[in-house]
Design a binder for this molecule. Structure first.
Ligand code: HEM
Ligand code: HEM
Length: 173
């Protein structure tokens, strides 16, 4: 099925989920810059794509939000006992996925670095804009929060799959 149903997420939702999970995992490798100042294989081959992939993720999250709104009435039903927690958790993941590229772009623009993605210049180098840089400085603390949320989310998915064995994982694979 292309669209979502009450039993299972459809192809489009599953594609968004797994492509973006992969790209977000890639983005989190930026923490690797803290190890030997990024002078290792990951830091030299995968991390230099950070800004390009971040801009791509911004486009993907915008499309994913629009898609999720069109599907909101036919998504898998959550266990009523924990539905509020699950929906709240997924909402926070969406908020973090949107705020990461926004604050990342603010680091670049606020410090006057300009913005180039996949070789295409989106904004030229310019003057520093202190308030934009100040909001952009939330990028790093937000990245830590996102990392904690993603670890919790994967933990819950594995708990459903291996301990509860209730089919929650199957509706996303
Ligand atoms: C979902 C998207 C993104 C994720 C998950 C992400 C994640 C991260 C992480 C984990 C760090 C390292 C923070 C630290 O070591 O404390 C980082 C730093 C950085 N990111 Fe991103 N990022 C994303 C998007 C972007 C975008 C779109 C840009 C620019 C347009 C960007 C620009 C930067 C810059 C300049 C730094 C280094 C400065 C700093 O730590 O504040 N990021 N990001
Ligand atoms: C190995 C990694 C991951 C696994 C095993 C996994 C597993 C799952 C499963 C089983 C669901 C369905 C849950 C339900 O219906 O109750 C789900 C939904 C969801 N996941 Fe993940 N996930 C992973 C990574 C991620 C990442 C990195 C993000 C974003 C930062 C994310 C964001 C979401 C969101 C927002 C939903 C709600 C459905 C939607 O709107 O797309 N997931 N995930």
């Amino acid at each position: 099925m292309t669209i979502d149903t009450k039993e299972r997420y459809g192809k489009i939702t599953r594609s968004f989920h797994w492509i973006m999970a992969l790209l977000i995992g890639w983005q989190l490798l930026k923490f690797g810059d803290r190890i030997a100042e990024g002078e290792h294989w990951i830091g030299e081959t995968l991390v230099p794509w950070h800004i390009s992939i971040g801009v791509l993720l911004f486009v993907l999250i915008a499309l994913r939000i629009i898609w999720a709104l069109t599907q909101r009435h036919n998504r898998p039903v959550q266990d009523p006992k924990t539905a509020i927690l699950v929906k709240g958790g997924h909402f926070l993941l969406y908020a973090a996925m949107l705020l990461m590229p926004l604050t990342g772009a603010m680091v670049m623009l606020g410090n006057g670095y300009g913005l180039t993605a996949f070789g295409v210049q989106l904004a030229a180098k310019g003057d520093e804009i202190p308030w934009v840089a100040a909001v952009g400085s939330l990028h790093s603390p937000l990245a830590w929060l996102l990392l904690i949320m993603v670890v919790g989310h994967i933990g819950m998915a594995l708990l459903h799959h291996f301990i509860k064995r209730d089919g929650v994982m199957q509706r996303m694979v």
